[in-house]
Design a binder for this molecule. Sequence first.
Ligand SMILES: [Ca+2]
Length: 398
Amino acid sequence: MKANFIHSVITCAAVLAASSVMSSCNDLRNSIPDEPQKQEETVSTLNVNMSFSWEMTKTLPVTLSSSVRTEYTLYLDEECTTTISSGVIPADETVEISITVPISQEVIYLSYYKESGKVTRAISLTQTKAGASILITDAIEDGSDADERMKGYVPSQNGKGTLMFEDLYPAIGDYDFNDVVVYYNIVNTKSYGYTSNTTDECEINFTVYSKGGAISSDFGLELTGIPASFASRYSTVTVDGETVSDALKTSGSDDAVFEFNTSGGKYDSSKLMSFPKKTISIKLSKDNMDDFTGSTYFSSLWSQDNLNWFIVAGGKEIHLKGFKATALAPSQADDTFASSKNLVWGINVPKAIIPAKEKTDMLKAYPDFKKWVEDDSYRWYESCVEENLAWSASELSF
Ligand SMILES: [Ca+2]
């Protein structure tokens, strides 16, 4: 350690000496051999294209229809292990859902039962926002008493997504992305008015896992387009299993904004990171039997564009790029949450991943992060340098 320190002092001194020579002898600059002065590459030195969205997923519409009532499942993978939607398609109806898939996903997989047994079909996703239309003509009729309801899962039935925030907005932070880390899973359930179960649901479960930041922060979620009055009537919120009634912070026709105090576990240099884990659930549920108002609200919650996650730190809301500050922060109405160099303070990863160690740049923990910034189809989160992560995978428990 000491040797390194001395070495770095020497290096600094040499650089200082070289720069003073260069500034006093400008005309000699070209004749001095260029000592390669390698600036360490970090997230904040990346050249990010201004149009780069920082999104890792896309939400696409999918229509399903079948000549007979049939059960179906949609998967991300050909091995049929990662479920993103399942349910029952009524006979001769076209039903519409939305799916959220990694931005580079070009094919999803449909399974259902034919006379000969279970079949799996590859379904191409169009490059446009049109998504996919699925027509099933050869299913055997499903005679079970399963609900004619459809479920959608984000990022998948058994998977978790990760929200990671830097908390120094509008200053550029250290890009360890560990100040606030949240693991989430979303289950939407859509009903049809004429079936036995006419209840629509949206269940958003998340665990505020880390509080590596030096400043106190709250965590929040705006359901964009869902009036607070509707959310107030049809939602149940629990924190660590206890029902709470004060999480909804807006009222009337304003968009529903839920906020949670997640302070209490500041960065602790001896333990590296403390885990004031809080497990939170927001569940909206409404029976549409007599009144269909609200079913469009539930449909809109299938789109990730309407889930506006944020933290509140240093008195400011910090959102993902492309999202707006809530009605609770009117002075921030014009904030874009992207810097003049298109750097951001929050990212939403469709996989449970561990952020970088305190004060360690994300590029050291996830070297492919740079490739993603250059090519948004790159799944940088699939490989990491374990020793540079904030904690070990065995410490993850949901
Ligand atoms: Ca940080």
